[in-house]
Every structure is written in C-alpha cells, then in structure tokens.
Ligand binder design. Structure first.
Ligand SMILES: O=P(O)(O)O[C@@H]1[C@@H](OP(=O)(O)O)[C@H](OP(=O)(O)O)[C@H](O)[C@H](OP(=O)(O)O)[C@H]1OP(=O)(O)O
Ligand SMILES: Nc1ncnc2c1ncn2[C@@H]1O[C@H](COP(=O)(O)OP(=O)(O)OP(=O)(O)O)[C@@H](O)[C@H]1O
Length: 492
C-alpha cells in the first residue's frame, strides 16, 4: 500500500466493534482498522502508535504461538495522511450504526492497522475473481468455570453467555433471548453444533455475520432491525450450495440451503487447517467442568425427554475451536479467584508505580511475555510473581473469549485437483475454505474490576429473575416444550 497516495473514494465502511472501526478497499483485499475513542478522549499520537504496535506484537508473539501461524493475521501499523483520514471519516459517518456512534474514529494520530480483508481471503495469495462467502462467528466462552473459587452455584451449571442473555434483553441491548449456547458449539458433537449454528442464524445478535464478496448480507444489525430473513439469505447462498440451480425456490429451498450451510460450517469448524509445527504449550484437558449448560435449549429438550446430559464428542485437537477453547481455559481461577490476585498486583503497583514497565503490564508483548503464560500451576505461594502470571493469563483468556472466527468459502474449479487447498464437500458442490481468527487485542489490565462487577451483576440478575420465575412456574426459562428445536430431530 502506498501511504503517500491515499484516496478516500477507494475505501468503504466495513464494520466496527466497541473499540475499532474497519474500512475496506474496494478492489484490493485489504482493510484499515482504526481505533475509536469517546469524543474529546483521544490520546497522543505516540501513545496510539504504541498501542497499535502492541496489538501487532501481541498477535505475532503470543497469539500465533497459541493458535498457530495459519489462523492469525497480525497485519502492520501504517501511517496515513491526516487529510485522507479526515475525509474518510466524513465519508463513512452515515454508514455507521447509531449505537456505535458514542465513539469517534481517531482522525488525529494518522495511525491505523493494515490487515488482509478476511471476508475476501482466498487461499491463494493472488486475487481471485471467484464468488466468496464469509461467515464470521463470535463464539464467546465455551466452558463452564471449574474453579473452586466460584461461590455462586449457578455458575457451575449455566454458562456465562446464557446467563448474560437475560441481562442483555433486560437492558434493551437485544430484543430476545438467543437459543445459542457456546457449549453446544464447542461440544464437537455434530448434532449440538448444528443446533448452535442454526440458533445463531435465527438470532444473530453480534455473534454472527455473513458477507458475500466482502459485503455484509446477514447479521450485524442493531436490536431494532434484527429480523432473520432466511429466504433472502438462502437466495444469496443458493449459487454456492446448489450451483446447477436444480432447486425450486420457496420454504423447502430455504430450508435445504440453510441446512447445507450449517453442515458445511460444522465440517469446517471441525477441520484442522493448521499445517505448522505443533504448539509447544501444554494444553488443558478440555473435559474440565460440566460438558453442557443447563440453560441450553438443546440440553433442556433432552432432559424433557428423560435423557441425561447431551453428547460431548470433543473437538479434534487441530481445529480452531479447540485452540480457542484452550486459550480461554487459561482463565483457571474464574474472575472470583482472580480478583484477589489482581488486588495483590494492584497494591504492589500503588506502592511501586515505576514497576509497571518491568512487570510488562502494558507490554512489550514479546517472547518472554509468552513464556510466562505457560505456567499452569494453581498453587498460590503468596508471591507477586504468581499473582502477576494469573492476571496476565486471565487477560489472554478474556481475549480468546471475545475473538471472532472467520470462515471463507468459495466454489471449487471443475478441474481443481484435491490437495491444492482445503476443500469441504456439500451435497451438490465442493467449496474451498479458509479459517482465521480476528480481534485478538489483549484485554486491558484496567478492565479486571469491571469484569468482576459485571460477573456479579450477570449472576445475580439471572438468579433473582430467571431462576425465581422458573421456580414459580416450573417452566424452563429458555425453552418451552413446543418451541422449535427441529434440529434435534434431524439425524446426522
Ligand atoms: O463482557 P462481554 O462478554 O459482554 O463482552 C464484551 C462484548 O459484548 P458481548 O457480550 O459480546 O455483546 C463487547 O461487544 P459489543 O461492543 O457489545 O459488540 C466488546 O467486544 C467488549 O470488548 P471490549 O471492551 O471492546 O474490548 C466485550 O468485553 P470484554 O468482556 O471482552 O472485555
Ligand atoms: N481483517 C479483517 N478483515 C475483514 N473484516 C474485518 C477485519 N477485522 C475486522 N473486521 C470486521 O470489523 C468488525 C469489527 O472489528 P473488531 O472486531 O476488530 O472490532 P473491535 O472494536 O475490536 O471489537 P470488540 O467490540 O470486540 O471490541 C469485525 O466484526 C469484522 O466484521
């Protein structure tokens, strides 16, 4: 990219989260990712440069080690002409969702990250002009805490995502409770995974987006606009799954296309595409803690039918979901066990603020930082070193609990030989695919007190309202017998 010759007309709004805003180049497969700040709370240019460089370093030196080289795209920091950034900011403003406009794009520093456009990422390095579909999933935390420091019994039964849904609906963030439960997606059991993916398609919230040729076609909407239109989605997807077009339109076609999508995504999520050296770090047993969440409609339905816990087939070790779960499990103590250790570090820093740098609280995120994360011991010897290791592991785990997985699918060429690139078969077509992970920015040390408070709020809201109502009516809180749970009946 020639930073000297930037033209805002070549870039368009692509998406944003809470902390960054992304614009995509119209022709080339690159995006620019800018930081966002509350009005009048921007930082000095040098600080922004350092922050972005830290994101790149953390991704390169830490997350690539955990996830494997092929899944992670670290990008680079670029300096852009201020005039370009200001014009770009004006150009995209009207495209931004209202709920994200509490923060402004940083137009003062001129720094941004340049990354490959993962919604158009082809497995070959040169640009291809083949249609491409991209499914972005933000799977959230896939395990129930196994720590003995957990004081709320409910946290051993119901996962954080399912509990949090109730608080989110009560505060108006979303209109209705999703049937998606991360534990179903991470179960490795195809039936449960199908159910989880179908639930995401029904109620995408901010956990699912679908892009076609780099354009958002599904999800990514605000609460008031969240209506799942499967027939329109199926219309977009049909050429990928039924290329010879032998399928009539209508509800039958919609169902068939959605089913194909769910099947293909499950296969891709269970595949291991990372061919690199095996990771040196010792993984946690993924069987720690309960294997299912009591609030998941899938589990509830089984219990309704008098069956015990749903099947947990386990994830294959090479797949991205497995790796994500492993990193999430660096949170071994839960926020309840972690918070006193955070307080220990905090007391030390109050007394010796100049030590912040030595302790690598704000970086550098280098090899030494990574090595310290590999210590899995949970025996507190009362030292600062122990507390610091757990705090840093927690921050990394929280990052993995909030990252997104990008899956791209593009039709295979007729004459394409197997073995050239990973291919997933659907019943009527073959699709080349790639899998990547994004949003791997290390969670700030300062967010730990917020995590602690939020955790308390989530559990107490769920216990007080949902469980109380549940007990009073003896009806399951998220699933009534007659609700649509059709995938349960579908044999795989
Ligand atoms: O705490 P959670 O689980 O609600 O996660 C936050 C996300 O909300 P979600 O529940 O996914 O809708 C939240 O997503 P939204 O802004 O709601 O789309 C952010 O990702 C936030 O991260 P950060 O503070 O911007 O670094 C996330 O905060 P962290 O907890 O990851 O710091
Ligand atoms: N490299 C990329 N290629 C294509 N799209 C991207 C890329 N990076 C980000 N995006 C899109 O932009 C959106 C916002 O990016 P990102 O998740 O990094 O924002 P964030 O503010 O850090 O998120 P959060 O709210 O989790 O803090 C993503 O959901 C994704 O759709």
């Amino acid at each position: 990219m020639d930073e000297g010759k930037m033209d805002e007309n070549e870039w368009g709004y692509h998406g944003e989260g809470n902390k960054s805003l992304v614009v995509a180049h119209a022709q080339r497969c690159v995006v620019l990712r800018f930081l966002k700040f509350h009005p009048n709370r921007s930082k000095a240019s040098e600080e922004i440069f350092q922050h972005l460089q830290n994101i790149v370093d953390f991704s390169k030196n830490v997350m690539k080690e955990f996830f494997g080289e092929n899944y992670v795209h670290s990008g680079e920091v670029v300096q852009l002409p201020l005039d370009f950034v200001k014009q770009l900011c004006l150009k995209i403003q009207a495209k931004r969702p209202e709920s994200r406009c509490d923060k402004d794009l940083d137009t003062l520093s001129g720094y941004a990250m340049c990354l490959p456009n993962l919604t158009r990422l082809q497995t070959y390095h040169f640009v291809e002009h083949r249609p491409i579909l991209c499914v972005e999933i933000k799977p959230k935390c896939g395990f129930i805490p196994f720590s003995s420091d957990v004081t709320h019994e409910m946290k051993h039964k119901v996962c954080r995502y399912c509990m949090h849904q109730h608080l989110k609906v009560a505060t108006g963030k979303w209109k209705q409770i999703s049937k998606y439960c991360p534990l179903d997606l991470y179960s490795g059991n195809k039936q449960r995974m199908h159910f989880a993916l179908k639930s995401l398609l029904q109620e995408a919230q901010n956990n699912l987006k679908i892009f076609k040729n780099g354009e958002l076609i599904y999800g990514g909407k605000e609460a008031r606009d969240c209506v799942a239109d499967w027939s329109e989605l199926a219309h977009h997807l049909k050429p990928f799954f039924f290329p010879s077009n032998g399928l009539a339109s209508g509800p039958h076609c919609t169902r068939a296309v959605i089913q194909e999508l769910v099947h293909v995504l499950t296969q891709v999520l269970l595949s291991g595409t990372d061919k690199n050296r095996p990771s040196v770090w010792r993984a946690m047993p993924t069987t720690q803690g309960p294997q299912a969440c009591e609030a998941s409609p899938f589990s509830r339905q089984l219990r309704f039918q008098g069956k015990n816990t749903p099947e947990h087939s386990g994830l294959p070790k090479g797949c991205l979901l497995y790796k994500t779960l492993q990193v999430q499990m660096l949170d071994m103590l839960d926020i309840e066990g972690l918070y006193p250790l955070y307080s220990r570090v905090e007391r030390y820093l109050q007394e010796f603020p100049e030590q912040r740098k030595t302790l690598q609280i704000d970086g550098p995120y280098n090899e030494a930082f990574y090595q310290k994360l590999l210590d899995h011991s949970t025996e507190d010897d009362g030292t600062l070193a122990y507390a610091l290791t757990k705090v840093q592991q927690y921050r990394v785990a929280m990052t993995a609990k909030d990252c997104s997985i990008m899956i791209t699918l593009s039709p295979c060429l007729q004459d394409e030989r197997p073995g050239q690139r990973p291919i997933v078969p659907s019943s009527k077509s073959r699709l080349a695919f790639s899998v990547s992970v994004l949003d791997l920015d290390l969670k700030p040390y300062e967010s730990i007190p917020h995590q602690y408070t939020l955790d308390g709020k989530i559990v107490s809201y769920y216990s007080k309202t949902v469980c109380a109502k549940d007990a009073a009516t003896a009806t399951p809180p998220r699933f009534k017998g007659n609700e649509d749970c059709t995938l349960l009946l579908h044999k795989v």
